[in-house]
Design a protein around this ligand. Structure first.
Ligand code: ATP
Length: 237
């Protein structure tokens, strides 16, 4: 597998072309950002930890029948993925109230949400990723009705699989964001699943073990990511 030009550098990852037009290399950098890129820092080992965390979760999802872009680990900070035409919509599932839901609706943080909620946000930093819905997405051409239906079904399938994995490790899967894309006409899960894009709390103490530690300046960010990983069975060395 030959690594070619950098095609895109996002806030946390860089995407490289390969000699195979269907495949890309996803490089997880140590960069950490929050508040639409306003707070930026380098956290040692973050690239490695998120790369291996993501590889573990994507493999478990693939085993459960979820189509994923992840092919295989290439190294500490790199994974091989299928090239997707990304849908510019973030799909968010919430099992407990936190973050934006609390701010927008005044719901008490930590309240259990049953059934889980499902929201769509436009991926646009300049507009601060505004809340949208299926009608707006279809009319403005972000996605088709069928893609949105499939993305929703897959988002809830992911919830079933991951809620069980984290529950068995004494962790609450509070909420998470997924991004989907299309490869050869098939919708599949892209981007990453890591504590950067999910909220994960200790089930006993409700201690935050995710990127909220960075947002709130609580420290021990990567240590918390590794603790979650260790509990669910990720190996980092
Ligand atoms: P931004 O693009 O606003 O910087 P970001 O901070 O989420 O968003 P990163 O996560 O750093 O970006 O970079 C990853 C980028 O690669 C994202 O824009 C994501 O949508 C895109 N991406 C993820 N998986 C794939 C894939 N399989 N094929 C093509 N693009 C992908």
């Amino acid at each position: 597998m030959e690594k070619r030009d950098e095609l895109y550098a996002g806030k946390a990852k860089s995407i490289f072309a390969t000699d195979d037009p269907d495949l890309l290399i996803m490089h997880f950098r140590d960069d950490t950002s929050a508040f639409d890129g306003e707070k930026l820092e380098q956290l040692e080992r973050k690239g490695l930890v998120n790369n291996k965390f993501n590889a573990f979760i994507m493999s478990r999802l693939r085993d459960a029948g979820v189509p994923v872009h992840f092919e295989r680990l290439l190294g500490d900070q790199e994974s091989l993925v299928k090239r997707l035409d990304m849908i510019p919509v973030e799909c968010v599932v919430r099992n407990f109230a936190a973050g934006g839901l609390v701010r927008r609706l005044g719901v008490e943080e930590g309240r259990e949400l049953s059934p889980a909620t499902y929201e769509l946000f436009l991926k646009n930093d300049a507009l601060h990723d505004p809340l949208i819905n299926e009608s707006v997405s279809i009319t403005l051409g972000y996605a088709t009705e069928q893609q949105l239906e499939e993305a929703k079904a897959l988002s809830f399938k992911v919830n079933e699989v991951l809620t069980a994995i984290f529950r068995d490790a004494g962790i609450l899967l509070v909420d998470y964001k997924l991004e989907f894309g299309v490869h050869n006409g098939q919708l599949m899960l892209g981007d990453e699943f890591s504590p950067d894009g999910a909220r994960l709390w200790d089930a006993e103490t409700r201690e935050k073990l995710d990127k909220d530690r960075f947002r709130k300046g609580l420290g021990g960010v990567i240590e918390a990511y590794e603790e979650v990983g260790r509990r669910i069975g990720v190996t980092f060395d």
